[in-house]
Design a protein around this ligand. Structure first.
Ligand SMILES: *Cc1c(COP(=O)(O)O)cnc(C)c1O
Length: 418
């Protein structure tokens, strides 16, 4: 709160495609898709129209004892896309994590293995900040204060390619990290319910990227040691890494997939956890307590589901995955000037995410860089010394060109502050 006095929040009056417009009429390029949620721009006419249409029908009805077309259609389309045929809805990403963890532990309980109730996650992983989700999150700043409230969980080494040894390939390093996962499972599989992982990119860790072989190996190990694999695709799902879901790049089907953020194109809070027939079957029975009891007031909200359906329509009609493939190659070229900068380290890219670390810079680099970029009409918020670009998919090359200039300008200005 005190920091807000030095850096007042941007008062946004309107949005228009990739632009945020403040109450004084100044325009800012939303280079981070409003915390990774926006896919097709602000005030997108097609998503607006879907929500307005739904508003005239039914805004909300509880999803216990009632149902509605948007949630049925969304479940069917997500099932087709993920290969996981059963959906449970929440209102945000953290809820999705909670739901997946609870279903996993409950599955083992229903299967007569009550002792399988521990969770594993990756070092520096992020899965949300409610108490259960924070237990598997590994970001000290968010976690330490609440440690006494949290349940114990185990972090295995991250395959973050920046941590590879000199001369070691990202793939070899990923395999070495998978060996560490196996070493843990050998000892603890009997008490482990699930391994939860952000596929390909650890977002909150600072866009740490890793080789897909880690995921394929993790899938094999989870099968071998009878542990669920939970893919937290809350940030990376819906095309962010270049495929509809990041797991596809490792040809992996997880036992659970958590979706949120881009699911509604950044319009309304919604999350979904999809799971397999096998998990579903363990809950099927007469006893109420055998079922998954997780009551959630706004579960499957029709307006949010319609926004999500409009998003899926755009993916199909505009062939977004294919179009983004061309765009990401083109944008990487434009951002090449940044990658060549003498203070830039580990320039990396995955689908529609670009990131780099800034070496020997000023203290409090992130807030300085934020303010400098803002003055040049770009809304971008580094994580520590990591600058990342995660633009809406409707961003054009010309916008990336001016973004590149703003990044270079801000880098130069932070340099002169030293
Ligand atoms: C953002 C995020 C979450 C939490 O989602 P919220 O909607 O902010 O609760 C969980 N996991 C990952 C990977 C995320 O990026």
């Amino acid at each position: 709160m005190k920091q807000l006095e030095a850096t007042p929040p941007l008062a946004i009056a309107r949005g228009e495609g990739v632009w945020l417009i403040d109450t004084d009429g100044r325009r800012y390029l939303d280079a981070i898709s409003s915390w990774w949620v926006n896919l097709f721009g602000h005030c997108n006419p097609r998503i607006n129209a879907a929500i307005i249409d739904q508003l005239g029908k039914i805004e909300h009805v509880m999803l216990a004892g009632a149902t509605h077309a948007p949630v049925v259609e969304l479940s069917e389309r997500l099932a087709k896309l993920t290969g996981l045929g059963h959906a449970f809805y929440g209102s945000d990403g953290s809820s999705a994590t909670e739901i997946a963890l609870k279903i996993s532990a409950h599955y083992w309980r229903n299967s007569g293995q009550v002792e399988k109730n521990e969770f594993i996650s990756l070092k520096n992983g992020y899965h949300g900040e409610t108490v259960g989700a924070l237990s598997v999150t590994d970001i000290p700043l968010f976690k330490q204060t609440y440690e006494p409230l949290l349940r114990h969980s185990v972090q295995v080494p991250t395959p973050d390619a920046r941590l590879a040894e000199a001369g070691e390939s990202a793939e070899a390093f990923a395999l070495r990290c998978a060996d560490a996962l196996e070493a843990h499972l050998v000892e603890h599989a009997a008490t482990t319910a699930a391994f939860i992982v952000e596929p390909l990119v650890q977002g909150a860790a600072g866009m740490a990227m890793y080789h897909p072989v880690y995921l394929s190996r993790a899938r094999e190990l989870c099968d071998q040691y009878r542990v669920h694999l939970i893919a937290d695709e809350i940030a990376v799902g819906f095309g962010r890494t270049g495929t509809m879901f990041a797991c596809e790049q490792a040809a992996v089907r997880p036992d659970f997939i958590c979706l949120s953020k881009g699911i509604t194109g950044g319009y309304l809070p919604l999350s979904a956890v999809l799971t397999s027939d096998e998990v579903y079957a363990a809950f099927y029975g007469d006893a109420t307590a055998r079922g998954f009891l997780h009551s959630h007031s706004y579960t499957g909200n029709p307006l949010a589901c319609r926004a999500a359906l409009a998003v899926l329509d755009i993916f199909e009609s505009d062939q977004v995955i294919a179009a983004n493939c061309g765009k990401s190659a083109q944008f990487t070229k434009i951002l090449g000037e940044v990658s060549a900068h003498p203070r830039v380290r580990h320039f990396r890219q995955c689908g529609m995410i670009w990131a780099f670390d800034v070496a020997d810079t000023v203290a409090d680099f992130a807030s300085h860089f934020y303010r400098l970029a803002l003055a040049q009409g770009v809304f971008i918020r580094p994580i520590g010394n990591t600058v990342y670009v995660m633009p809406p998919y409707i961003t054009e090359a010309a916008e990336i060109t001016s973004l590149t200039q703003a990044i270079l300008g801000s880098l130069a200005q932070t340099e002169s502050m030293k």
